[in-house]
Design a protein around this ligand. Structure first.
Ligand code: TIU
Length: 223
């Protein structure tokens, strides 16, 4: 396998040393993808996210086959909500709030069934799993240290939702010096227009936040 990967991308080729490349899959949790969780409690049609599952499975398989680091994140809070700012807990008029009990257990709480990653994308031994209280995965987590310990310089992004936790984490990573590539079919939003706008805004201005490419282009370069 080539030591340097060149992936055709927007706004121009994404180039990465294989040794510095990792995959980060954001919040592919039952709470966002299945009925009765946090996403549904916010009033969303969770079925809109399901198209991203199959491409994300393929992308994950490619990184596993290549022996490259994989990071999974989960948005969730401690059972006593001590890591959930009142401003986040109090947001919105929904009948089910963070910490309330729904059909998948307590909403967005660490260790509850709803906070689990969907079974198709379950982490395996050796992969990093980050529980995060914020939308961005660097805030109040060991993510930076985990990436540095593995020599990661380039991050491929997948997961949900594109304009909330994926984009926030991508912006955090960009500011921390990582070159970021969004896998465009391995991410989804409850708002198709927001997904399209996110891809447009991160790649505009010569890649002000990063790059974007479909899963097939990434897998071809990884082989
Ligand atoms: N609501 C929404 O679109 N997203 C979130 O609250 N979290 C994530 O994006 N993971």
């Amino acid at each position: 396998a080539a030591a340097t990967l060149t992936i055709p991308a927007e706004p121009y080729d994404y180039v990465a040393a294989r040794a510095g490349l990792a995959l980060i899959i954001i919040d592919m949790q039952r709470d966002f993808l299945e009925p009765g969780g946090f996403g549904a409690a916010l009033g969303n049609d969770v079925s809109l996210l399901r198209a991203s599952i199959a491409p994300t499975i393929r992308l994950l398989a490619g990184f596993r086959a290549a022996g490259l680091p994989v990071v999974h994140t989960r948005e969730c809070h401690l059972p006593d909500l001590s890591d959930c700012p009142p401003a986040k807990h109090g947001r919105g008029p929904g009948p089910l709030r963070i910490g309330d009990t729904g059909p998948m257990g307590r909403i967005l709480i660490r260790g509850e069934p709803g906070a689990a990653i969907i079974p198709e994308l379950a982490p395996v031994d050796g992969e990093v799993v980050i529980d995060k209280p914020g939308k961005g995965a660097f805030h109040a987590t060991p993510l930076m240290a985990e990436l540095q310990a593995r020599g990661v310089t380039h991050l491929v992004f997948a997961g949900v939702t594109t304009e909330v936790c994926v984009q926030t984490t991508m912006r955090e990573a960009n500011d921390r010096g990582f070159d970021c590539l969004l896998a465009t079919d391995a991410t989804d939003s409850y708002f198709p227009a927001f997904k399209a706008a996110t891809i447009a805004m991160i790649t505009a201005q010569a890649g002000i936040v990063g790059w974007a490419a479909p899963v097939d282009a990434i897998l071809t370069a990884l082989e």
